[in-house]
Design a protein around this ligand. Structure first.
Ligand SMILES: [Zn+2]
Ligand SMILES: [Zn+2]
Length: 347
């Protein structure tokens, strides 16, 4: 089968590799759609422990497809089912796993990172992931594109659950990439009064506004002055940083109003994660500051439920479709910040 395998920094090869074989407690999925995410780009650019020329890895953890084969000991799934697959799984027995946070397990692994992923015609779903309920059977109404975007979308939902968005609130989202658009969709659904979005790229802002008309695009170099003007100096109720840029975190507190909240959604590069913050802003404005990472399986399924009920879609975030042989060009596209999500499609 055709697959995109990472050998080391900057060395991603499109190769013919053997189809994965599964154990009695595993499931084989024929990939329909997979997406490249910031994590893949970071692995491509910075490398990843455990991935080297003697142990290359098929990337791809945002995926949906059709069940091709089911191990003899697996129950509840059958060949031909359309499914979405959550990538993160834990040991299954520690306190965090038992509490439903398998993604926070100290032995957490992910499909497409620790084991081969979905930039390939077939992907093996490991036994712990099958057991923990990572495979979700899709209703016909959810497309493979939307289903494959449930992974990043539920990361966004994790942030929403943690910090909340309440009716009428003024929300500022910094970053008009696909993640920013997902935050805007949830803010819209939650009844935000204003959804401000800032980005240096006017093209991306226009794309975002085309998808969520409630967005008020702020294409400005002086975001503080702009927000002060829009809010009469009050600041916004919630600031979400949806870009991995230290300078954005540095100004975030100043944009939040009294009793405001700040969500650091995008992480920073490990080598550059020390940021100059004015903590007096937290103190005197009583700010609540949080970050979130990944998603629980419950949050993953919540996004699927919203899609199933027809109140949420991710199809409009897909701005292109290519074959797996073009994976590297998608990585470049993400680096350039052009378009939103390009699907890697297999059928
Ligand atoms: Zn991802
Ligand atoms: Zn665990």
């Amino acid at each position: 089968m055709k697959a995109a395998r990472l050998y080391e920094v900057g060395d991603l090869r499109i190769e013919n590799v053997p189809e994965p074989s599964i154990g009695r407690d595993e499931v084989l999925v024929r990939t329909a759609t997979a997406f490249v995410c910031g994590t893949d780009v970071r692995m491509y650019k910075n490398g990843k422990a455990g991935i080297h020329p003697d142990n290359p890895r098929v990337l791809g953890h945002e995926l949906a497809g059709t069940i091709e084969q089911v191990g003899s000991e697996v129950q509840g799934y059958s060949v031909g089912m359309r499914v979405a697959v959550a990538p993160n799984y834990g040991c299954g027995v520690c306190d965090r796993c038992v509490a439903g946070n398998t993604q926070l397990c100290s032995r957490q692994k992910a499909i497409g990172i620790a084991v081969d992923g979905a930039f390939a015609e077939y992907v093996r779903i490991p036994a712990p992931a099958v057991r923990q309920g990572n495979i979700y059977i899709l209703p016909e109404t959810i497309s493979f594109h939307s289903a494959a975007l449930v992974e990043p979308f539920s990361c966004v939902y994790n942030a929403y659950e943690r910090i909340g968005i309440y009716p009428g609130e003024r929300v500022l989202i910094i970053g008009a990439g696909p993640i920013g658009v997902m935050h805007a969709k949830l803010a819209d659904l939650a009844g935000a009064g204003s959804i401000y979005m800032n980005d240096l790229s006017e093209g991306r802002l226009n794309l975002a506004k085309g998808i969520v008309p409630a967005i008020e695009a702020l294409h400005t170099e002086d975001l503080k002055a702009e927000i002060d003007g829009l809010t009469g100096g009050d600041g916004v109720d919630l600031v979400i940083t949806a870009a991995s840029v230290a300078a954005i975190q540095e100004i975030a507190f100043s944009l939040a109003g009294m009793n405001g909240r700040v969500m650091f959604f995008g992480g920073l590069p490990k080598s550059n994660s020390h940021v100059w913050l004015d903590t007096n802003e937290i103190h005197y404005k009583q700010l609540i500051v949080s970050g979130t990472t990944m998603q629980s399986l419950h949050q993953y399924r919540e996004i699927l439920r919203l899609m199933e009920r027809g109140v949420l879609t991710a199809d409009d975030i897909v701005t292109g479709t290519v074959g797996v042989e073009d994976t590297e060009s998608v990585i470049e596209q993400i680096t350039d910040g052009s378009g939103l999500k390009t699907a890697i499609a297999f059928e």
